[in-house]
Design a protein around this ligand. Structure first.
Ligand code: SF4
Ligand code: SF4
Length: 333
């Protein structure tokens, strides 16, 4: 059954970048060292920040990210701290290289999911986007994690460079043992912002023609498939997660964003000072969340307007949904 996953108002979600260093140099990497820093957070700081964001919330979830989070030698300790603090779910987003022998240092009960990333159904395409050898290492990492009893997901970030291979992912993932498949849409930030942004974004017609059908086929394999809604008809409600949800995108230089589309700019609404989030002054993302425009998402219109389209009277043909609004099809055999 397909359902739109609306924003949870009762949970807090931390997207915690504990370092920005990575062994890969993916073509669309969203990390921007100038904006996010190049430091590696010490475990004491990670613990303090986990505690402060978990305060006063009944259900907090954390996704540890990088860079490549398994390059952080204290990731196992960070996972244990998060468990001890009482996080509802703990997820690791990894490129599949699984450094520091991470799978032998944590158990399936410690981590809810390892999320892996492939951006092509073939080695040729994936490795052209993510780097030589990355396809094999990712598949090997998934197989190893599954064989050790970990729950795993796979993320495929769709752009015009790889949408043509998305249907071929169905047979690829059929034998991997993953539980969830996330289709993401390319964001024009980080490297993508400087790399042919007008050519990377997918047309609405291509999105509608390809994405829901692939998600449906994946669900028929028994794997839950999720994809961003991206395009809204005029009669569909628009909601900004920055206004109604508790999502925090935390970077090692202390910046905390509420909207990932802002991450290339010093528009963060919070900054960590003395291990507490403090509101930033001046104009920031939170002021932009309040604006209402016929195109839907304001920040989309500012940073990646190539996905918009207008009729001859200058009226937008559709709205752009919040990038965090998802459609989910539960896996059923
Ligand atoms: S694996 Fe992630 S952090 Fe590393 S280069 Fe690729 S997109 Fe960037
Ligand atoms: S993507 Fe747009 S709608 Fe979503 S939080 Fe950011 S500004 Fe708000």
């Amino acid at each position: 059954m397909k359902k739109t996953v609306s924003f949870s108002k009762n949970s807090t979600n931390l997207f915690f970048h504990i370092l920005t260093r990575c062994n890969l140099t993916c073509r669309h990497c969203y990390i921007n060292i100038e904006q996010h820093g190049s430091n590696t957070l010490p475990i004491r700081t990670i613990e303090s920040w986990l505690r402060v964001f978990a305060e006063g919330t009944r259900a907090a979830n954390v996704i540890f990210l990088g860079g490549e989070p398994t390059l952080h030698p204290e990731l196992p300790a960070a996972i244990q701290k998060a468990r001890h603090i009482g996080f509802n779910s703990i997820t690791i987003d990894t490129n599949g290289y699984l450094f520091n022998d991470i799978l032998s240092k944590v158990g399936p009960d410690d981590v809810d999911y390892f999320n892996f990333s492939l951006d092509g159904a073939t080695k040729n395409l994936n490795d052209a986007i993510r780097g030589p050898g990355s396809y094999d290492r990712c598949v090997e990492g998934i197989r190893k994690a599954v064989s050790m009893g970990f729950a795993t997901s796979l993320i495929y970030t769709v752009s015009n460079d790889n949408i043509h291979e998305l249907p071929d992912m169905v047979p690829v993932i059929a034998g991997l043992g993953i539980e969830r498949f996330f289709i993401q849409v390319i964001g024009i930030r980080g490297k993508s912002a400087g790399d042919r942004p007008e050519k990377l974004q997918v047309l609405r017609s291509d999105w509608i023609r390809i994405i829901p059908g692939v998600a449906q086929k994946v669900a028929e394999l028994g794997i839950t498939a999720t994809y961003p809604k991206v395009f809204l008809n005029h009669d569909e409600p628009f909601e900004c997660a920055g206004r109604v949800a508790q999502n925090y995108f935390i970077f090692p230089n202390g910046r905390v964003y509420r909207c990932p589309l802002c991450e290339d700019f010093p528009l963060h609404s919070l900054v960590m000072k003395k291990n507490r989030p403090v509101k930033t002054g001046g104009i920031n993302e939170s002021h932009l969340f309040e604006l209402s425009i016929p195109e839907g998402c304001v920040i989309n219109k500012i940073v990646q307007p190539e996905n918009l389209s207008y009729d001859s009277d200058g009226i937008p043909k559709y709205k752009i949904a919040c990038c965090m609004l998802k459609e989910e099809i539960s896996g059923r055999r």
